[in-house]
Write a protein that binds this ligand. Structure first.
Ligand SMILES: *Cc1c(COP(=O)(O)O)cnc(C)c1O
Length: 366
C-alpha cells in the first residue's frame, strides 16, 4: 500500500528501553533493574499526587473537563500569565507537535541545533518540511543566526534550553539578543523541559515565560510534568504563548487529549513545589559524584544543566558495546550512537542507583 511520501524519510523514534524488556531478555528480576535512560525522576513523584489520583480513579467513566479550567488556571498563576496564554498537551511533546504542524510546510525549514531532541526533526518531516541544523552539535546561537539569515524560508527555530541529549544550556541574555534578530513571522519554540534543573543550578539560565512572550510575541515556551515533577507516565505538558499562537495550536488538538487522572495529577503536583525542589537539589548533589567519577576514570563529560549527564569515549571504546554490557547487568542507559556520537547519556538516579552504576561501569571500563 502507498502511504504519504513524506513518511518514506521518517524513522521511528527510539525510546529508552523499558525495564520489562530487560527482565524478559536477561532474566534479571525487575527489582534489580535500574533505568537511567529516559530522564525520569528517580524519586518518583509527590505522595500527594498518588493520593489524589487514587481518589480520582472512581471517575474513570467520565470524560475529563475539556476546558482544563483548573490546570490552566494553576499554570497561569504559577507563570503569571492568563488562561488564554496556556495550552495543555499529552506531554509537552504534543504541544511541540501542534506547533510544528501548525507552521511547517513543504516549502519551509525548521532550524535547530546539530544534536538536539529527536522529535523536532520527526514532526518537521511529517509536514514535508526541511530540517536545518547547525554544524555545531551544541547550541551555538551565532551559527544559528548565520543560518537563519542565509535561509529566507525558516518558519520555525527550536531552542532546547537546556538541551537534550547533550545537557548544555545557553544563557538567557544571549537568547534575548538572538530573538532581537528574528522576524516576528518566525515562530521560536523554547523547549524548557529541564528548566527546573537549569534555573536551580544557574540563574543566568532561567527563562521567564511571561517575560519572553511579552517581549517576543513570536515565541512559544513549552514545559513538562515528566521530568522534575516525576509524572512521565501521566503524559502532561504545556505551552505558554500569546493568544494568537495558542489559538492556532488549539485547532490541532483533539478533544480530551489528556485524562482525568492526568489533570488531577498535574494540578496536585503544582501544589507541592517542595517535592520538585528536593528532587532538583538531590540531582545536582548526585551529579557531583558523576563528575568526580568521570575525572577518576579519565574520560570526558559535557557540563550538564539537566538530570542527566553525557559521557563521551575515545575511539578504543564503543558506546553501543558499553550500553549493551551495562544492560546485561541490569542497568539501562542511553547510547547516543544514533546521534552519530560515541557517547552514552545517563540519567542521574538515586544515590543507591548511582553507586551501582559506578561499580558496574568500572568493572566494564577498566
Ligand atoms: C522529555 C522531553 C520533552 C517532553 O516530554 P513529555 O513527556 O512529552 O512532556 C520535551 N523536550 C525534551 C527536550 C525532553 O527531553
Amino acid at each position: 500500500m502507498q502511504f504519504n511520501a513524506v513518511l518514506d524519510q521518517l524513522k521511528l523514534y527510539e525510546a529508552g528501553k523499558p525495564i520489562e524488556l530487560v527482565v524478559r531478555e536477561y532474566g534479571i528480576e525487575a527489582k534489580d533493574v535500574i533505568k537511567l535512560a529516559s530522564n525520569e525522576n528517580p524519586r518518583g513523584c509527590s505522595l500527594k499526587v498518588i493520593e489524589a489520583v487514587r481518589e480520582e480513579a472512581s471517575k474513570m467513566n467520565l470524560y475529563p473537563d475539556d476546558s482544563m479550567y483548573e490546570l490552566k488556571g494553576a499554570l497561569a498563576t504559577k507563570f503569571g500569565v492568563h488562561d488564554e496564554n496556556v495550552i495543555i498537551g499529552s506531554g509537552s511533546d504534543q504541544v511541540i507537535e501542534f506547533a510544528i504542524h501548525a507552521k511547517s510546510n513543504p516549502s519551509s525549514k525548521v532550524l535547530m541545533a546539530g544534536i538536539t531532541f529527536a522529535m523536532y526533526e520527526i514532526y518537521t518531516l511529517q509536514t514535508g518540511g526541511k530540517v536545518l541544523k547547525t554544524a555545531s552539535a551544541q547550541h551555538d546561537l551565532a551559527q544559528m543566526l548565520e543560518l537563519y539569515k542565509a535561509n529566507k524560508d525558516v518558519a520555525i527555530i527550536i531552542l532546547c534550553i537546556p538541551n537534550n541529549p547533550l545537557g548544555e544550556c545557553v544563557d538567557t541574555k544571549d537568547v534575548y539578543a538572538f530573538l532581537d534578530e528574528i522576524s516576528p513571522e518566525t515562530l521560536v519554540i523554547i523547549d524548557g523541559a529541564y528548566q527546573e534543573y537549569a534555573s536551580f543550578k544557574d540563574s543566568a539560565k532561567k527563562i521567564i515565560p511571561s517575560d519572553i512572550i511579552a517581549k517576543y510575541p513570536n515565541t512559544l515556551y513549552t514545559g513538562t510534568f515528566s521530568k522534575a515533577y516525576g509524572l512521565g507516565g501521566m503524559r502532561c505538558g504545556y505551552g505558554i504563548a500569546q493568544p494568537e499562537v495558542i489559538k492556532a495550536l488549539l485547532k490541532l488538538r483533539a478533544p480530551f487529549n489528556i485524562t482525568n487522572l492526568t489533570l488531577k495529577a498535574a494540578i496536585v503536583a503544582l501544589s507541592d513545589e517542595s517535592f520538585v525542589e528536593a528532587s532538583v537539589r538531590e540531582n545536582f548533589e548526585q551529579m557531583k559524584a558523576y563528575e568526580a567519577f568521570a575525572k577518576e576514570l579519565g574520560f570526558e563529560i559535557i557540563e550538564s544543566y539537566t538530570n542527566f549527564i553525557v559521557f563521551t569515549f575515545d575511539k578504543d571504546k564503543k558506546s553501543a558495546e558499553i550500553a549493551q554490557k551495562l544492560m546485561e547487568k541490569g542497568i539501562i542507559v542511553r547510547n547516543l550512537g544514533s546521534y552519530g556520537m560515541n557517547a552514552i547519556r545517563v540519567t542521574i538516579g538515586t544515590p543507591e542507583q548511582n553507586a551501582r552504576f559506578f561499580e558496574s561501569f568500572k568493572t566494564l571500563y577498566m
